[in-house]
Design a protein around this ligand. Structure first.
Ligand SMILES: CC(C)(COP(=O)(O)OP(=O)(O)OC[C@H]1O[C@@H](n2cnc3c(N)ncnc32)[C@H](O)[C@@H]1OP(=O)(O)O)[C@@H](O)C(=O)NCCC(=O)NCCS
Length: 116
């Protein structure tokens, strides 16, 4: 189930974000988290199964018709089960009127989702 990020999920969200190759540096990671918490265009979603948060998708949805997928990450223990693709589909279903596009860090996987 896709849920919206809230502060009580900060640690698990940072852990998931840190799997993105460009978010390995702790300062960069903290800045990214801060932006998701303060910039209303930046929106973070988590994938919850039973009581576990095992995935994350971060988007930037501005005032135009496009949504950029900035971050996508799945807990390594749960990869290759289709969760990444399911999360992308669930986020797209939340904004049916928008056109989705990857950024340089998510393009490789989004090509697999028939999006890029
Ligand atoms: C990318 C990621 C979210 C995929 O999650 P997942 O739940 O395993 O994805 P799915 O099970 O839906 O899809 C698996 C497919 O994605 C492919 N894939 C995994 N990582 C990929 C990557 N970095 N680039 C392109 N394809 C990738 C797998 O090879 C697999 O392909 P197949 O269907 O041909 O076997 C996960 O590997 C991850 O968290 N990676 C670390 C974070 C990251 O690098 N994110 C940016 C990716 S561009």
């Amino acid at each position: 189930m896709l849920i919206r990020y809230k502060k009580s999920f900060e640690k698990i969200a940072m852990g998931l974000l840190s799997f993105m190759p460009e978010e390995k540096d702790i300062k960069k990671l903290q800045n990214t988290m801060k932006q998701y918490e303060t910039d209303t265009n930046w929106q973070l979603f988590l994938w919850k199964e039973e009581d576990d948060v095992i995935g994350l998708v971060g988007i930037v949805a501005g005032h135009n018709d496009t949504v950029s997928i900035q971050h996508i990450s799945v807990n390594p223990s749960f990869r290759f089960q289709g969760i990444g693709k399911t999360m992308i589909k669930a986020v797209m279903d939340m904004f049916p009127e928008k056109e989705f596009q990857p950024n340089e860090h998510t393009a490789a996987f989004l090509e697999k989702c028939d999006l890029a």
